[in-house]
Ligand binder design. Structure first.
Ligand SMILES: [Fe+2]
Length: 483
């Protein structure tokens, strides 16, 4: 079955990340009073599920990678049991340039790059994460780009974010907001010259108030950052590209340097460059951490660890082999501990299930969390498929799962506290699912305490939602004011 909302050019581009659940849509949609397919939408679910993802507009000039598509944000809004939906492209500078040219200008991450292109050798698509801070949604890019502001309700563009005129670098995809102070903590990377990492803090009211160069041995491919109440944790993994290859040959090829350690740098929230303390662990890579917190002198951090991030290329897959192999992630839950008094390091595997896209209650970033919600990735997946929802109880080690069922593939699934919810898991888990054959989408709501029961409400979405990257829950008081 071919969806009618797919760009015509996809018909003659042989790439699985432009087909089926991954195919881009040409639709920007607004719809109210969405029909409930089954169950009942809880009236104490108040807020919005927002998700970013790639949605390529023009036919690529070179090989297409799943990470290349133009950013599109989808929002599903819940209020008094009624549900509405919006989807909007992120109005990036690069997308505007290509709209004027009516064609792709930049090659994608698989290269080869042309360093004469405007601004950067790649297009900043802002397609990776979407977070809420200081009254705006911010759309962000994993290779470090301009944060783009969106209206949290309408998803209308509000221009780029420069943190009160003080941001002179880019920002990576996963800054963390500390809900107790309202601060946003971020890092950014540089490919070609030191500082290869810069660490920064933005105040509750949106002003950049702290910026520190971080001394790294070379360019890195760090993806995430973690916070505790008093510290931030910077990540340096031995899985990175060769800057010379990028500059001279126009390719960005990440290699696993298995003789080098994974390192975490602990810096006081507003510490200086000389305050970073580095802790060394087993080599590997982590795309996404679950959370981090302090326990006495210990920093404790949970994340999805890849013990062998080297790219498993299948030569039979031809010119797409590197991308397909890279995206077949093998990651499982791990805990790291760092003692600030003694320097002692400990690490342990917490499970062996292949999971990624972890989320705790994101309003509890930086303090101890008991629960997190992940996506199960089948070992035999051809392209990335979120096949089941997994809930971890980090206190007992128990996990519960819900298989989305034949043909259904989900999105990252945040926790949504219910109105007046008390316990850490007193609320819901929300996701968007798309059916691979029927090419239609629904929004599913789970009771967080019993995800294994399956969705307690299924709501039909008016447009197909392509597979995507990161999602968040934004509480209703930030969108509409107090309930
Ligand atoms: Fe990510």
């Amino acid at each position: 079955m071919t969806a009618t909302d797919v760009p015509r050019w996809t018909e003659h581009v042989d790439n699985p990340y432009l087909q089926g659940i991954h195919a881009p849509t040409t639709h920007e949609t607004t719809a109210f009073e969405l029909p409930v397919v089954s169950g009942e939408v809880p009236t104490d679910l108040f807020g919005a599920y927002v998700r970013n993802g790639p949605n390529q507009v023009f036919e690529p000039t070179n090989l297409y990678h799943w990470f290349d598509g133009d950013g599109m944000v989808h929002g599903v809004y819940f209020r008094d049991g009624a549900v509405s939906y919006r989807s909007r492209f992120v109005r990036t500078v690069g997308r505007d340039d290509e709209a004027r040219a009516a064609a792709s200008i930049w090659p994608g991450v698989m290269g080869p790059y042309d360093h004469s292109k405007p601004r950067h050798y790649l297009k900043d698509t802002a397609n990776t994460d979407v977070i809420y801070h200081n009254g705006n949604l911010l759309a962000l890019w994993y290779l470090c780009g301009t944060p783009y502001r969106l209206d949290p309700l309408t998803l209308d563009a509000r221009g780029s974010e420069d943190f009160c005129g003080k941001l002179h670098t880019t920002v990576s995809a996963h800054p963390k907001v500390d809900e107790r102070t309202g601060e946003l903590v971020y890092f950014t990377l540089s490919d070609f010259e030191p500082p290869y990492m810069t660490y920064g803090v933005v105040s509750k009211d949106g002003a950049l108030v702290h910026e520190v160069p971080i001394d790294l041995p070379g360019p890195r491919a760090t993806h995430d950052i973690t916070i505790t109440e008093n510290y931030s944790i910077l990540h340096d993994f031995p899985f990175y590209h060769d800057a010379k290859l990028v500059k001279e040959h126009g390719y960005r090829v990440a290699r696993f340097h298995r003789d080098e350690p994974s390192r975490f740098g602990v810096i006081p929230r507003r510490g200086g460059a000389g305050d970073v303390r580095w802790f060394e662990f087993e080599p590997g890579y982590v795309l996404h951490m679950v959370n981090a917190w302090e326990e006495g002198d210990w920093i404790v951090m949970d994340g999805c660890f890849e013990p062998d991030p080297s790219i498993r290329r299948n030569p039979e897959e031809g010119e797409l082999a590197s991308m397909l192999g890279y995206l077949r992630v093998r990651a499982h839950l791990r805990r790291w501990r760092m003692n600030l008094a003694t320097g002692e390091c400990r690490e342990e595997a917490l499970d062996d299930l292949n999971v990624e896209f972890p989320l705790p209650d994101t309003e509890l970033y930086g303090v101890k969390t008991r629960y997190s919600y992940h996506q199960y990735l089948p070992e035999d997946m051809y392209t990335v498929e979120f096949r089941a929802l997994v809930k971890y109880d980090h206190e007992t080690g128990a996990r519960t799962t819900y298989d989305y069922g034949e043909g259904w593939f989900a999105s990252e699934s945040p926790f949504a506290r219910r109105l007046r919810g008390k316990d850490e898991d007193d609320g819901y888990v929300v996701t968007i699912v798309t059916h691979a054959k029927e090419l239609r989408s629904e929004c599913w709501v789970f009771a967080a305490k019993e995800i294994e029961r399956g969705p307690i409400a299924r709501v039909a979405l008016p447009s197909r939602v392509p597979s995507g990257f990161h999602a968040k829950w934004v509480s209703g008081d930030r969108i509409w004011g107090q309930a």
